[in-house]
Design a protein around this ligand. Structure first.
Ligand SMILES: Cc1cc2nc3c(=O)[nH]c(=O)nc-3n(C[C@H](O)[C@H](O)[C@H](O)COP(=O)(O)OP(=O)(O)OC[C@H]3O[C@@H](n4cnc5c(N)ncnc54)[C@H](O)[C@@H]3O)c2cc1C
Length: 417
């Protein structure tokens, strides 16, 4: 069924009785060409591009819960291409271009909104660093504008410019940055993959990975054994646990990241804004809630819930930057399990086990990466070669020390990236 304005209109007249489920609920088959473990954004996008670009449709996505119940439905929805280091910057640039055509490609309203992202800076040194980042973005072919304090004030009049503990010196403006509705991205990819014949199998946890003679042969699941020629582990915060099923130890630590949303308010914040002197970022959802977050909880955990000290710190940062936020009521907070890599950059690669692939290490930036990550892993699975923009995301960089991409410049501590 093709979605369109006309269909919404006619269905309205028909009492919305003609809509069909967006994807089937197939039983698992005994064997697939490709099994993707994990029905989050990256797993679903991989399945979609495998079918669409490479014609590989004998594919199953195995999800232990429901599609979109992981981080893809828990993030703060920021989409941007403002990375600095070669390796990362061309990848996220490619991703943003895919975002820009995604709704038409998927025939699905992902509510992608390029409302612009502004990273504030609060010192001369920070201005220099952001100017450098902006130049790297321009050199990559993306957009960046260095704003003065007065230009920031014009765009963001609600910030504290008078008595701020950390005065605002200006901001790096990325006009093509913005947000997208996270669940819709999962649903759009799921529907597109299903339409092309991919089996999306929910409530199907992988409990073991079968290997014979150094080659993957299939997986064990809570719904029985499934044979596969190729298996891709795309399970974000659970990456270490799933890799362990294949006897692998990944360079990944899982940490909790929290987010918050206020009651719905009239439009007040028209951009995505990030604070330069504390980890705090904010945007306003289409329903009116102010959506914001901060740093990790700073210890490894598989519990998708956060702790109070971080709540306090995020609220403090918000109040420092925009005191008006103190008048809004928090409606909800939640947590997600982040797959933190030592250099803060992801991994999309084959493993030492023939036919077994891994996609992980997205830290807290994997939502914006979904289109390019799916495209890259599908290319690798289909052709055996990495997509040019993802060729740096090798697993062995942590073994050899060559090709590390330390975007934050914080060294090899997972919790600092
Ligand atoms: C609070 C928060 C804010 C964030 N904000 C942003 C942001 O603004 N911008 C941005 O770019 N990124 C952001 N992120 C990061 C982004 O959400 C993640 O990097 C990305 O969603 C991870 O990839 P995924 O969507 O595939 O993960 P997930 O949706 O977590 O998918 C992995 C799936 O694997 C499944 N799984 C696990 N184990 C098994 C198993 N054994 N068998 C079968 N299935 C299994 C899980 O159930 C899950 O559904 C944020 C994350 C959080 C938590």
């Amino acid at each position: 069924m093709r979605y369109s304005g006309l269909r919404v209109f006619t269905q309205g007249l028909l009492g919305n009785t003609g809509w069909k489920p967006a994807w089937r609920k197939p039983a698992p088959k005994a064997e697939y060409d490709v099994v993707i473990i994990g029905g989050g954004g990256h797993g679903l996008a991989t399945a979609y591009y495998l079918a669409k670009k490479h014609g590989i449709t004998n594919v199953a996505v195995l999800e232990r819960g429901y599609l979109g119940g992981g981080n893809i439905g828990r993030n703060t929805t920021i989409v941007r291409a403002n990375y600095f280091l070669p390796g990362n910057s061309e990848f996220y640039s490619h991703s943003l271009k895919l975002w820009e055509g995604l709704e038409a490609d998927l025939n699905y309203n992902t509510m992608h909104s390029q409302r612009g992202l502004i990273n504030l800076f609060h010192s001369d040194g920070q201005r220099d660093a952001f100017a450098r980042r902006g130049n790297a973005m321009l050199a990559q072919g993306d957009d960046a504008v260095l704003l003065s304090r007065e230009e920031v004030r014009e765009k963001l009049p609600y910030l504290d410019y008078e008595q701020a503990r950390f005065p605002i010196y200006g901001g790096l403006y990325h006009p093509r940055g913005g947000t997208a509705r996270h669940d819709a991205v999962a649903w759009g990819y799921a529907r597109g993959a299903d339409q092309r014949g991919v089996d999306l199998i929910e409530n199907c946890a992988v409990t073991g990975i079968d290997i014979a003679g150094g080659k993957v042969t299939g997986v064990q699941t809570t719904r029985g054994a499934i044979r596969a020629k190729k298996v891709a582990m795309v399970v974000a915060g659970r990456s270490s646990q799933v890799a362990e099923m294949a006897g692998m130890r990944l360079p990944i630590e899982s940490h909790v990241l929290q987010a918050f949303v206020t009651e719905g308010l009239k439009p007040v914040i028209n951009h995505v804004v990030s604070f330069g002197m504390g980890h705090f970022y904010i945007s306003q959802s289409d329903k009116g809630g102010l959506v914001f977050g901060g740093d990790l909880d700073f210890y490894a955990s598989y519990a998708a819930r956060g702790n109070l000290p971080r709540v306090e710190q995020v609220m403090e940062a918000g109040m420092t930057l925009m005191p008006m936020i103190g008048r809004a009521k928090i409606l909800r907070s939640w947590g997600g399990i982040m797959d933190m890599s030592p250099d803060g950059s992801p991994i999309i690669d084959r493993t030492d086990i023939d036919g077994l692939f891994v996609n992980c290490g997205w830290n807290y930036g994997g939502f914006k990466a979904v289109p390019a990550s799916g495209d890259s892993l599908a290319h690798l699975l289909a052709t055996g070669r990495p997509l040019e923009v993802a060729k740096g995301f090798r697993l062995d960089r942590f073994r050899t020390g060559r090709g590390l991409m330390d975007e934050e410049g914080t060294g090899s501590q997972h919790n600092l990236h």
